[in-house]
Design a protein around this ligand. Structure first.
Ligand SMILES: [Zn+2]
Length: 578
């Protein structure tokens, strides 16, 4: 890693596990963060300190030769301890050629993934695989080059495998598969304000820029770039953030039991890349899918998802419309969905009308821990508000589903229990195909709160199919173009953050929802899913709601509509919820 004055080294795993237990190290990253230096330093270490048979694999034999001449040879030449141990290949010493460096106690073989000869001969203790996403599917006719090379390491109890690459296409990316099998550690920087640690990702980058038209070309001029903390919204500049304490945080720490540590980092933490350059590249590539793919892989260090059928956020951004008041005509019912995070709540208020046409009314973030009474008080303010039509009539939120997964289940159960009279329900998402959105209701918990088990995949399918409806009318989704309501680019990125993909497990192909990119945030999608669930639970009779609203003095109290499932009715009656 780069020199970082006050960086906090992540020693946690190292202390518990000696280096011999660590079998595999995976680095998935952008270009120019020092990946080659990891490989070179590892080679240097083994030649000098712990010699043995080493194999370095590059995507092709030509790249292997080039790498040897440009990167390995100068390192050996310029490092005294290495120069003493490895003879120069120009001396015609047959032990030392471009693809073979012999030293006391071992050797370094350098091979190409396209050439089985170099991969399948002698046993190897240390295997280094560079740019694995550029390997061919088969080394000649011998099959997977990585499997071939890995086979050679099995006789060594103290074997080490190091896989390094910039990722490519999601689903087909070898480095991503290896990354997912490991500890999934991200380089996280501490926010100077709230002290939370976050990876620096494009979503949290804000910038000022100008666009000049020059013929058909757009010239972008980036003035200022800064980072906004997703926990507290504090803003920090590049100079400050690159000097903050930082550490690796693992998403999948249990993988250490299998001896696999995997790491992810991007150009935002590279000392050789300025944030302004990154934003410049983002702006210049964003409108061209091919260029944007390269940017995503090599600068963001993320796999590229060919969205295929998935919509682009630009389409939805352009579709936004002006609402004449809080509530446009057509809205007959309001529901809310609340996504619970450790440091904030994200909520959406959604309006519903005939044919389940929907209107995004407000998307917001309440910063604060869910166990802090102030956080929930602010949520009360949102849920108790009367949202008004242009004619002054108003509606309140008729039903709210609040996420109780995560670390604050008890607090959310208590909150839901306290607010049952205004139909605040705790929900717990359950992934997997074939589970209906409203799956089960239960009161089996210490708080005796009514908890709805949601088939979240069903909800996601319904949301995405509704978003594809092009004409206002049944199922169409409206969004306001007033950004103070929260429907900006980041909102739509969140709403479109997942995709249904085919995954093979134990020989069976299943469709599962996955995030489009490593750094995508799906709170907006979850909040919409919960608001949809709240509407489903009410099973509104829109005609009755419309009658009520027309004649209504009591407009701020929408009708309690009939519940669809008998089971819900019974439970509701028994518990006297409504
Ligand atoms: Zn912060």
């Amino acid at each position: 890693m780069a020199d970082r004055p006050r960086a906090v080294p992540a020693r946690d795993h190292g202390q518990r596990y000696g280096s011999a237990e660590l079998k595999k190290i995976v680095v998935m990253s952008s270009a120019q963060v020092g990946k080659s230096e990891i490989i070179n330093n590892t080679i240097g270490y083994y030649i000098d300190v712990d010699p043995g048979p080493l194999l370095l694999v590059q995507p092709t034999i030509e790249i292997a030769e080039d790498y040897s001449k440009r990167r390995i040879a100068p390192m050996i030449r310029d490092t005294e301890v290495l120069a003493q141990k490895v003879a120069d290949s120009k001396t015609r010493d047959t032990n030392n050629t471009i693809l073979m460096k012999v030293f006391p106690g071992g050797f370094l073989a350098i091979g190409g993934a396209n050439s089985p000869a170099g991969l399948a001969s002698r046993p190897i203790r240390v295997l280094l695989c560079d740019e694995v996403d550029r390997y061919p599917a088969s080394a000649g006719s011998e099959g997977d080059p990585i499997a071939l090379a890995e086979k050679r390491t099995i006789t060594f109890w103290n074997r080490k495998k190091i896989f390094v690459s910039t990722p490519t296409v999601k689903g087909a990316s070898r480095i991503e598969q290896e990354y997912e099998m490991g500890t999934q550690e991200k380089w996280c920087i501490q926010c100077p304000n709230c002290r939370e640690f976050h990876p620096i990702v494009l979503r949290d980058i804000r910038f000022d820029h100008e666009i000049h038209e020059a013929g058909n070309r757009k010239i972008y001029q980036v003035h200022d770039v800064w980072w906004r903390c997703p926990s507290c919204f504090h803003e920090g500049d590049e100079y400050t953030m690159k000097r903050q304490p930082a550490k690796w945080i693992a998403d999948n720490p249990v993988a250490i039991e299998n001896g696999v540590r995997s790491f992810w980092l991007n150009a935002f933490v590279s000392p050789w890349f300025s944030w302004r350059e990154i934003v410049q590249q983002f702006l210049e590539s964003k409108d061209d899918p091919e260029q944007f793919k390269v940017f995503t892989n090599t600068v963001l260090g993320e796999t590229w998802e060919d969205r295929g059928e998935q919509m682009e956020e630009d389409v939805l951004l352009k579709r936004r419309e002006e609402y004449p008041a809080d509530l446009p005509d057509g809205v007959l019912l309001l529901t809310a969905g609340v996504d619970t995070q450790d440091d904030r709540l994200e909520y959406e208020i959604v309006g519903w009308g005939h044919g389940h046409e929907s209107w995004g009314i407000e998307y917001g973030v309440i910063v604060g821990r869910p166990d802090d009474p102030q956080t929930l008080q602010q949520l009360d303010d949102v849920l108790n508000r009367v949202y008004r039509f242009a004619d002054g009539k108003g509606l309140k939120v008729a039903c709210t589903c609040i996420d109780s997964g995560g670390h604050y289940t008890t607090e959310i159960y208590k909150y839901a229990k306290r607010n049952e009279h205004r139909r605040v329900l705790a929900v717990k998402g359950q992934g997997g195909p074939g589970i209906p959105l409203i799956h089960r209701l239960t009161r089996k918990n210490k708080e005796n709160a009514l908890v709805v088990i949601l088939g979240v995949d069903d909800g996601k399918s319904r949301i995405y199919s509704a978003l594809r409806v092009q004409e206002p009318g049944p199922k169409y989704c409206h969004f306001p173009d007033d950004e103070s309501r929260g429907y900006d680019r980041y909102y739509f990125q969140g709403l479109l953050s997942e995709k249904l993909v085919a995954r093979k497990k134990n020989g069976v192909t299943r469709y599962v929802w996955e995030k489009i990119s490593t750094s995508a945030r799906n709170e907006a999608l979850d909040a919409r899913n919960y608001a949809l669930a709240a509407k489903e639970i009410l099973n509104p009779n829109y005609d009755a709601l419309e009658q009520r609203l027309k004649g209504a003095e009591e407009a701020s109290k929408p009708t309690a509509p009939k519940s669809k499932a008998a089971a819900i009715k019974r439970l509701v009656k028994k518990s006297n919820v409504w």
